[in-house]
Design a protein around this ligand. Structure first.
Ligand SMILES: [Ca+2]
Ligand SMILES: [Ca+2]
Length: 668
């Protein structure tokens, strides 16, 4: 009876749901109508609601259907499905962003190519390299698969000290060109997708600097821009305020006739130290930083920062040899520099530089790199201080000269140089490596021609940012020179023409090395087994292979001949193992060093090109003197997961590879 009341349809168990619902809906809407509206129901309208939807029905009919449960519910289901889908998409996006590792920044992703501008390329035949010359040769940088250029000091300077004492921090030395040349160079560098770092040495100026001239005349605020002290005259000779000695030897105090006082200089007497205890001096440096970042420079390398502050008490520094007579102390190495280097407050100044640089780093993709360039040699902990702490950032990295400062060459000494950096570097920081610099003999001269390629292989396969000093990619050698700082600054050897293509002029400021017929870019680019070809193959490998640019590095083995390490990435079963020979011919049993090592590996790259592609037995890896191998193999058990190698593995900016999604993620 109930059923017939609901529309008179007998439920025989086979009533189609649709029909049943239809009727139910139609009836119930009839039932509800009086409750909803106060008007009587039009029988014609009721008739209409009994109709099926049809094409071209008028709006009123359409509305009748659309309020029916079957359409309303469907509509609501669809609506909520769309909402749920959108929420899932948003969550997935957030998850991917949260799980994605930070992309390597530009200063981490590419090697840095350091150019000594006076020696790179001369564009105007005066025998001196210049900014336009660098611009002419930018294709060489991209040819090397490098994206970052570091140009050493080019400020207006009397060049007494090869440009390290600026006469004007806001101007280019005319020898290198004009400010317009510089702006054009920056634009050209950025057009090619490259970045540029420049030097800034804030410790001192040239004695020709306007500030020094004003200071020696006690003019206004400039009076205290430098470090002045009274010095006594005794028996016709000058007695300095204390026993402090300059880096170049002899007293670091110099009498100034104009002011009739002594000024302090850590380096040459033509390079008076600025007074960093004077806030106005610090502000000047911040203004200089802002000026160059405003010009578009992507990073600054702050040189010789450990010399910024000196103790105000001016006490004598303790002699290394306690019995040495004070009068006879003239060399820098004869004193402990407790009061003239790394004074309290120094790192506050370095952090303030970082702070100013950060103001220019806010735009996406415009992070400004900060390096510190202080060769501490013996004091690795002092060097590491420039990384700052987890919470207070200083330099992105202090430049690492460990591989340059080694006293002898062997697999052991290389291993020690590498490990000393890795073990002392604060957690979460990014390493870097240099094998050449404007202040050290070239690889070829320092350790021998036969090791050029293996040094470059080491440089470009270690974790972190590699720094190449111009010319090391072709294995340039020092020239003979009486000046101790010049032999590694000889003109870049571009081709076999006169002056090695460095200048079209008659002469160059320093002689070109006589080996330029075989050691030059042009000829080496035609040889498949040249240092240049290897260098390019290595930078390409570094760019293309994830384990090489952001994977683990595990130290495997070292002895007097070889240094062995692997590069691995979580989620990838492909491993690269470097076997680098820094001694004499050797055979290394890698299976004895790594448990479950595959018995065979492929030589992906070799300093001896003819070996590339060969399959070798990992029990008997032969390397000749100066030979380097990049071996490749696959394994389900990478070294960094093994108990035996705990504490011997390192990773910065950890990431894991997902084969399924073909992307990198964190938290693996
Ligand atoms: Ca020139
Ligand atoms: Ca100083």
């Amino acid at each position: 009876m109930e059923l017939s009341e609901k529309g008179g349809v007998q439920n025989n168990g086979f009533v189609q749901n649709e029909d049943f619902e239809d009727k139910e809906t139609a009836t119930s809407s009839q039932d509800e109508m009086p409750k909803m509206c106060s008007v009587d129901v039009d029988p014609v309208a009721v008739e209409e609601t009994m109709l099926k939807p049809y094409a071209g029905m008028p709006k009123e009919v359409l509305l009748q259907f659309s309020s029916q449960a079957r359409y309303r519910v469907t509509r609501e289901i669809l609506f909520w499905l769309v909402i749920a889908g959108a929420i899932v998409l948003v969550c997935a996006t957030i998850a991917i962003i949260a799980l994605s590792p930070k992309c390597l920044d530009w200063w981490q992703a590419s090697p840095i190519y350091q150019i000594y501008p006076r020696s790179f390329r001369d564009s105007n035949m005066d025998g001196n390299g210049d900014l336009k010359g660098i611009q002419e040769k930018l294709d060489h940088i991209t040819y090397l698969n490098i994206k970052t250029i570091w140009i050493t000091s080019f400020f207006k300077s009397p060049l007494k000290d090869l440009g390290y004492g600026a006469e004007d921090f806001y101007d280019i030395d005319p020898i290198f060109g004009s400010m317009t040349d510089f702006e054009n160079l920056i634009a050209a560098i950025h057009d090619k997708g490259l970045k540029v770092i420049m030097d800034l040495i804030p410790n001192h100026t040239s004695d020709k600097h306007r500030w020094f001239q004003l200071s020696r005349n006690r003019t206004g605020k400039y009076t205290d821009y430098y470090i002045w002290q009274d010095c006594r005259q005794a028996a016709g000779s000058l007695i300095p305020p204390n026993n402090w000695v300059s880096v170049f030897g002899n007293s670091s105090w110099e009498f100034d006739d104009v002011r009739e006082q002594c000024y302090f200089h850590q380096f040459g007497k033509e390079q008076p130290d600025l007074n960093f205890r004077n806030a106005a001096v610090q502000q000047e440096i911040h203004d200089i930083i802002k000026f160059w970042l405003g010009k578009g420079v992507d990073g600054l390398s702050f040189g010789t920062v450990k010399f910024l502050l000196e103790a105000t008490h001016l006490r004598d520094e303790p002699p290394v040899n306690k019995s040495q007579n004070g009068e006879s102390i003239t060399a820098y190495s004869q004193l402990y520099h407790d009061y003239t280097t790394t004074q309290v407050g120094l790192h506050d100044i370095v952090r303030s530089f970082r702070h100013t640089m950060n103001e220019f780093s806010r735009e996406p993709g415009r992070y400004r790199f900060m390096g510190s360039d202080d060769d501490e040699k013996e004091d690795i902990e002092a060097t590491m201080m420039y990384y700052g702490t987890t919470f207070i950032q200083e330099a992105d990295f202090p430049f690492n000269f460990n591989l340059i400062n080694m006293k002898n060459l062997s697999g052991n000494s290389i291993s020690e140089a590498v490990n000393s950096w890795m073990q002392n570097m604060p957690a979460g920081k990014w390493p870097n490596w240099a094998v050449g610099s404007p202040n050290a003999a070239r690889i070829s001269t320092r350790i021998g021609k036969e090791y050029i390629n293996v040094m470059n292989m080491l440089l470009l396969t270690l974790p972190g940012t590699p720094v190449t000093y111009y010319g090391e990619e072709i294995g340039m050698e020092n020239i003979a020179s009486e000046n101790a700082t010049l032999p590694e600054k000889s003109p870049m050897q571009w081709d076999g023409k006169v002056n090695a293509g460095f200048t079209e002029g008659n002469s160059s400021w320093l002689p070109v090395n006589s080996d330029y017929q075989s050691v030059n870019v042009e000829i080496q680019s035609t040889w498949s087994n040249s240092s240049l070809a290897l260098y390019r193959a290595l930078t390409l490998l570094r760019n293309e292979e994830l384990p090489m640019n952001r994977g683990w590095m595990c130290h495997i083995w070292n002895d007097s001949n070889v240094f062995v390490y692997v590069r691995e990435l979580d989620g990838l079963d492909r491993v690269f193992m470097m076997v680098l020979n820094f001694g004499q011919e050797a055979t290394t049993d890698l299976q004895a060093r790594v448990p479950n090592l595959p018995s065979e590996a492929v030589i992906r790259l070799s300093t001896h090109f003819s070996n590339a592609g060969k399959v070798v037995n990992t029990k008997l890896i032969k390397t000749e003197m100066g030979e380097g191998l990049v071996l490749e193999y696959t394994t389900a058990k990478p070294v960094h997961t093994m108990e035996a190698f705990q504490g011997k593995c390192f990773v910065a900016e950890k990431a894991c590879y997902s084969k399924v999604l073909n992307l990198l993620y964190v938290n693996c």
